[in-house]
Ligand binder design. Structure first.
Ligand SMILES: [Mg+2]
Length: 172
C-alpha cells in the first residue's frame, strides 16, 4: 500500500516536471529584471461562487492558480503582491483572512486591498489603474494579472509600461 502511494507521488512529480508551464516560462523572460507582480483575487485565485449568498470566507480557492503563483513567488527577482478591490471597507479584513488561509505566501505588507467605499465608490478599474500610476518603478518591471477586461483595458491606457496578463495565462 505504501509503495503504491510512493509510486503515485513519483508519477505526479514526473508529470509536473514534463508539463511545460506557460506562466513560468513567460516570467522567466524577465529574469534579468526585478519584477513587481500584482495579482487580482476574485476570478484569479478565488472563485466567484455564482448563485451563492455572499460570504467571502466560503469562496472556493483556485488551487492550480495559487500553486503556480506560489512557485513564481519563490523566484529571486519576483516580488509578489495582491492587487484587489473590495466594495465595502469590511472586505479588507475578509480578504486578509482568506489569504491567510489559502495563499499565505502573499506577505501582509504586499496586500494592496483597495476599498471602493473608502474612495467615493470609484470603479475598480480606476482604483487599480490609479494605484499602479503611483507605484515607484525604479528599475522594476511591473506585471499585472487580472480577469476583468475592463481593468486590463484601463491599465493598458494609463500605464503603458505595465505588462498585462489575463488570468488565462495561468492555464497551461
Ligand atoms: Mg477579478
Amino acid at each position: 500500500m505504501e509503495i503504491k502511494i510512493l509510486l503515485q507521488i513519483f508519477l505526479y512529480v514526473i508529470i509536473l516536471m514534463v508539463i511545460k508551464m506557460y506562466i513560468i516560462d513567460f516570467i522567466k523572460n524577465y529574469e534579468k529584471y526585478n519584477v513587481k507582480m500584482y495579482v487580482d483575487m476574485d476570478g484569479v485565485i478565488a472563485d466567484y461562487n455564482v448563485g451563492q449568498p455572499y460570504n467571502y470566507h466560503l469562496k472556493r480557492p483556485l488551487y492550480s492558480n495559487i500553486s503556480k503563483l506560489e512557485e513564481i513567488s519563490k523566484m529571486e527577482n519576483i516580488e509578489m503582491f495582491v492587487l484587489s478591490v473590495t466594495r465595502m471597507d469590511e472586505g479588507i479584513e475578509e480578504k486578509n483572512i482568506w489569504l491567510d488561509k489559502y495563499a499565505p505566501f502573499f506577505k501582509k505588507q504586499n496586500r494592496i486591498i483597495l476599498s471602493r467605499e473608502g474612495n467615493e465608490f470609484m470603479p475598480s478599474r480606476l482604483l487599480k489603474s490609479n494605484f499602479l500610476k503611483s507605484v515607484d518603478r525604479g528599475d522594476n518591471r511591473i506585471i499585472v494579472i487580472d480577469d476583468d477586461p475592463a481593468v486590463i483595458k484601463q491599465i493598458s491606457q494609463e500605464n503603458e509600461d505595465v505588462i498585462l496578463l489575463k488570468d488565462t495565462a495561468l492555464v497551461d
